[in-house]
Design a protein around this ligand. Structure first.
Ligand code: CAA
Length: 383
């Protein structure tokens, strides 16, 4: 039985900044952000929008009434949760109108959470092929203003409908996982921003990719020639490229050229959005599928998921016949085009907006599923 991604969509906040302008204000050579880090634009949202807002908008775009009756599992992967107990998946279950007899929960392991969710959904659908599962990756990547992590922020969500008749990508069973107890990026309870050892995080990401990819090739006797493309977790677009380049000396010139070309197609959207944390791999996958004309049904894709701390997974999928007809390319490109560009001072003001969740606060945001009101520390959403 095939189990995999039946539908997939992303949503990002309606504001962004230009990275050249940020570099100028920070007295940094724009080449560092544009080329060295590889980011052109960065998404930012106001305090009336949160991970539930982005997740609901992403999922609402792909779900039909029939899907909502068939879904019996809702999983949110996030490291930007705003409640230590109640899962955002429970709020989403109601906002999206999914039938009552479903299981809803949240998974955390840095940027790996949604991949753990995808695995859980795949196992569930394998046992219950008549049902469907909704997996959402939603995050707001924040490091603070005027520091090394600032150009690698971003926000948004990716929603995936998992079924036993996937129209886009059938997920294979062959996967390699790796766990290493490392402090490269972590956010202790109560900290607004993560603590980061940037160089260690880059090094661990690259080493982890080498370890899982090489073990995969050995265990399943596959090589670069078997993959039409590799998709990476993309904290910033240069990161995945560095990891890919680190293994390419083992590849033929033809394979290396193909994988680098596909990599460039996979970063088109991330370059304009920034880091989605656990959604970044899946934003990269959407970008690859929607912007590559070289891919075709039957092609095998390799996916590298990385969550600091650190958990990694290399897994694979097969593109399904007619997959291109089920992508939302025009919608996604319009979503990026319709955003409003902020000046750097407007971005800083939005970034520093303070909300006291203990006080009743109302918002006038017209975005669907944005926060309408906060009362008694409960968020009420427009829907
Ligand atoms: N023109 C072109 N390139 C330039 C340049 C210029 N004028 N000036 C600098 N550069 C290049 C540098 O040579 C460097 O390239 P290489 O990495 O290829 O050597 C690149 O720009 C970045 O420069 P620095 O290393 O000096 O940048 P930095 O010290 O300011 O920090 C960072 C970069 C570590 C990524 C930092 O932004 C950070 O800590 N980000 C958050 C952590 C992160 O994203 N880590 C990624 C792996 S962890 C992960 O994946 C999980 C996750 O999502 C967080």
């Amino acid at each position: 039985m095939n189990v995999g991604i039946d539908k997939i969509s992303f949503f990002v906040p309606p504001y962004y900044i230009d990275m050249t302008e940020l570099a100028q204000v920070r007295n940094v050579d724009p080449g560092k952000y544009m080329i060295g880090i590889g980011q052109s634009e960065m998404a930012i949202g106001p305090s009336s929008q949160d991970i539930v807002t982005y997740a609901a908008n992403a999922a609402n775009k792909i779900l039909t009434d029939e899907d909502k009756k068939a879904i019996d599992l809702v999983i949110v992967g996030t490291e930007s949760s705003f409640d230590e107990s109640k899962a955002s998946a429970v709020i989403l279950h109601r906002l999206l109108g999914i039938q009552d007899f479903a299981r809803s929960f949240e998974i955390k392991e840095a940027c790996y959470g949604a991949t753990a969710g995808l695995e859980a959904a795949k196992n569930h659908i394998s046992r219950h092929p008549e049902s469907k599962a909704l997996v959402i990756a939603a995050d707001i990547a924040r490091y603070g203003l005027n520091n090394g992590g600032e150009p690698t922020q971003g926000a948004g969500a990716v929603a995936m409908l998992i079924s036993s008749q996937p129209k886009i990508l059938a997920l294979s069973d062959d996967t390699i996982n790796l766990t290493q107890d490392i402090y490269d990026f972590w956010r202790p309870t109560g900290h607004a921003y993560p603590l980061v050892d940037g160089p260690l995080s880059n090094e661990t990401y690259i080493n982890s990719f080498n370890k899982v990819y090489n073990r995969y090739s050995k265990e399943y006797q596959e090589s670069f020639g078997d993959f039409a493309a590799l998709a990476f977790h993309i904290p910033y677009t240069k990161m995945g490229k560095k990891a890919l380049q680190s293994v390419l000396p083992q590849a033929s010139e033809q394979d290396a050229t193909r994988l680098l070309e596909r990599y460039d197609e996979s970063i088109t959207y991330s370059r304009r959005v920034g880091n989605l944390y656990t959604g970044s791999l899946y934003l990269g996958l959407i970008s690859l599928l929607e912007n590559s004309t070289a891919l075709k049904a039957g092609d095998k894709l390799g996916l590298f998921s990385y969550g600091s701390g650190a958990v990694s997974q290399f897994f694979t999928g097969i593109l399904q016949s007619g997959y291109e007809k089920h992508l939302l390319k025009d919608y996604h490109q319009a979503l990026l085009l319709q955003r409003t560009k902020l000046t750097i001072s407007a971005y800083e003001k939005m970034f520093n907006e303070y909300v006291d969740y203990n006080k009743t606060t109302t918002f006038n945001d017209e975005l669907p599923f944005s926060i309408a009101k906060i009362e008694d520390n409960i968020r009420f959403y427009h829907n």
